[in-house]
Design a protein around this ligand. Structure first.
Ligand code: NAD
Length: 329
């Protein structure tokens, strides 16, 4: 039986990956510090769950007699609003957690996949791995997240050059789907909850920001494709350029698919999240490298992602199927 460690396994992406690997018969160990989890340890009676930060609990795992075959490192502070409360301390946590999983992987001989982020590019536009990353001189909280993720990537990739470490890095773009919480400032769950509750859908700025949303199921299949690729030292964008959409269009699609009467209002996000809030204007993945290195294609449309997210939130809010408060007549 394959033994797999998933850090952040109670979070949005991690819980979907946990479900998938459990269904495949893997023995899954989760480490999660419950800082932004959507699932709880009680939801996974079939897994070993260690509650704590990976950078603190990893010595316990170094000593385990049964080594992990695979490690997916997903634990992180995340989200445009989620990062704000960790300003000044998030860099240390991100870098130290990367170091912790590297040590476990080296000790156990495990294959490691690190979840980085498209934020490392530090700029807008169509983003490809060969273009390199820019470090802004503007010291923002978002910069701390991006630079820490990039540092973690570079340290792991360099470690792989001088040791037996087998590591690949993925840079996901705007993941969305069921179980994503609105707390981190993620736009789709915010819109879905508002549409189902009859509250206004608040679009930041003029809503012209472009995103290519990638369904969580496609990210989970991408993570597994990277893990099973047999390759080492890859850095790959994971995203779905076919799902490119402006945030204003997304709000309209959510309202229509929810059959909601909610208004769409334009707001200044700094009025909601404070002066440190910051987000990019346009971010679209180029995924040719992932297509050539992996047997993987994203297949879920933005409409399917909206519908499955609506379904999940209806259940969470105790609404019947197709129901929303403020439903269109
Ligand atoms: N959601 C996105 O759009 C997106 C985009 C790009 C990259 N990513 C990356 O994907 C990964 C997963 O993101 P997500 O959206 O599932 O986030 P999430 O917040 O839903 O899940 C992260 C989980 O990790 C836990 N956690 C946080 N710090 C930890 C630590 N130091 N030790 C142990 N557990 C810790 C949290 O409690 C949570 O359960 C992250 O590494 C994130 O940077 C996400």
């Amino acid at each position: 039986m394959k033994r797999v460690l998933i850090t952040g396994g109670l979070g949005f992406v991690g819980s979907h990956l946990t479900d998938e690997l459990m269904a495949k018969g893997c023995a899954v160990t989760i480490v999660d510090n419950l800082s932004s989890n959507v699932m709880t340890p009680a939801d996974y009676p079939g897994c070993e769950v260690l509650v704590g930060s990976i950078e603190e609990v990893y010595p316990t795992l170094l000593e385990t007699s049964k080594p992990f075959d695979e490690i997916f490192h997903l634990a992180s502070v995340v989200g445009p609003a989620g990062v704000l409360q960790h300003a000044g301390v998030m860099a240390q946590s991100i870098v130290m957690s990367g170091e912790a999983v590297t040590r476990i992987a080296l000790q156990h001989g495990s294959r490691l996949v690190l979840a980085s982020t498209s934020e490392v590019y530090g700029r807008a536009g169509e983003l490809r791995e060969s273009d390199g990353c820019q470090v802004s001189s503007d010291v923002t909280v978002r910069l701390e997240y991006a630079v820490a993720k990039l540092t973690s990537e570079v340290a792991a990739l360099n470690r792989a050059k001088v040791t037996e470490l087998q590591v690949n890095v993925v840079r996901p773009f705007n993941i969305a789907g069921p179980r994503q919480l609105p707390d981190g400032g993620f736009v789709l769950p915010r819109f879905v909850v508002s549409a189902l509750s009859g509250e206004p859908l608040t679009v930041f700025g003029d809503g012209s920001q472009v995103r290519a949303f990638t369904d969580v199921r496609d990210i989970v299949s991408g993570l597994q494709a990277v893990m099973s690729s047999g390759k080492n030292g890859l850095v790959l964008n994971l995203g779905n350029p076919a799902n490119e959409i402006t945030i204003l269009d997304l709000a309209q699609r959510v309202r229509s698919l929810a059959a909601s009467k909610s208004e769409i209002t334009l707001v200044d996000p700094k009025a909601l999240f404070g002066p440190l809030y910051d987000e990019g204007i346009e971010r679209v993945p180029v995924v040719e490298q992932a297509f050539s290195e992996l047997d993987w294609r994203p297949v879920v449309s933005v409409e399917q992602t909206i519908l499955s997210t609506l379904d999940w939130y209806r259940r969470r809010l105790g609404l019947s199927q197709h129901e929303s408060v403020g439903v269109a007549a």
